[in-house]
Design a protein around this ligand. Structure first.
Ligand code: DX5
Ligand code: ZN
Length: 232
């Protein structure tokens, strides 16, 4: 993508805390967006699960479109589905700025990444903890974002898997500036510093925000913790 991707600026706002709306109060989505925006989040992470690629089912374009009406901040869509290539255009039309799919869900990620870029969205590629980096290496030149999962995709509230740290370190050395490095799963005030020092810039957070009554306090604690030195 000759011009910077619609998410590239988020890397400059590092540590960029992106709330994963999986655990939010969907009955009061507007209020949640208002509270999170007031807490200073630079964008939103939406988890789309199809009940096939992962043993859980969430939402689709309708919620993305609703979020688009509620915010002008970047919307980062995380597709945990089979055949993502069939739906990326609809997610783009619904208002997604970034569309990330799993390498485990496709034969060859390159045409899907190119398709997402051709729609003007940031093209993201995700891999689960047990998937080696070698599975994505041949497609890195077409990525605007790489998502390293620190839990097996499918549920919020899981424990951070440190296997993600070495992948982050390797990718940080490999990826050119402007390509966002994102981590997702079990990120909280105890795990965020290690992920930050391993090179992550975008931090997806679910239970460590929605488990708190004060979102502002939760977000600022995460930002502060991300900058702390890691005790070896
Ligand atoms: C899991 C999702 C994550 C999840 C994060 O498959 O991709 O975005 O909601 O939630 P926590 O921070 O609770 O692990
Ligand atoms: Zn996610």
């Amino acid at each position: 993508m000759s011009s910077p991707s619609p998410l590239a600026h988020l890397a400059n706002a590092s540590p960029a805390i992106l709330p994963s709306l999986l655990l939010c109060d969907f009955g009061n989505l507007e209020r949640e967006v208002t509270r999170l925006t007031a807490a200073g989040v630079p964008g939103f992470h939406l988890d789309v699960m199809d009940g096939v690629f992962v043993p859980n089912f969430t939402y689709g374009m309708t919620i993305v479109a609703a979020m688009r009406r509620l915010t002008s901040l970047p919307i980062d869509v995380h597709l945990m589905m089979v055949h993502p290539e069939r739906y990326v255009e609809q997610f783009r039309q619904a208002g997604a700025d970034g569309i990330t799919f799993h390498v485990e869900a496709v034969e060859d990620p390159r045409p899907v990444l190119a398709q997402i870029r051709s729609l003007g969205a940031a093209a993201g590629l995700a891999l689960n903890p047990s998937t080696p980096l070698s599975r994505i290496e041949a497609a890195l030149d077409l990525c605007d974002l790489v998502l390293v999962m620190s839990v097996d995709a499918g549920f919020g509230g899981q424990k951070f898997n440190p296997i993600a740290l070495d992948k982050l370190k390797t990718l940080r050395m490999r990826l050119p500036p402007g390509v966002c490095l994102e981590v997702d799963g079990g990120i909280n005030s105890s795990t965020i510093a290690a992920a930050a020092q391993a090179g992550a810039e975008l931090f997806v957070v679910g239970s460590a925000i929605f488990g708190q009554s004060d979102y502002q306090k939760a977000v600022s604690q995460l930002v502060a913790a991300a900058m702390l030195p890691v005790n070896r």
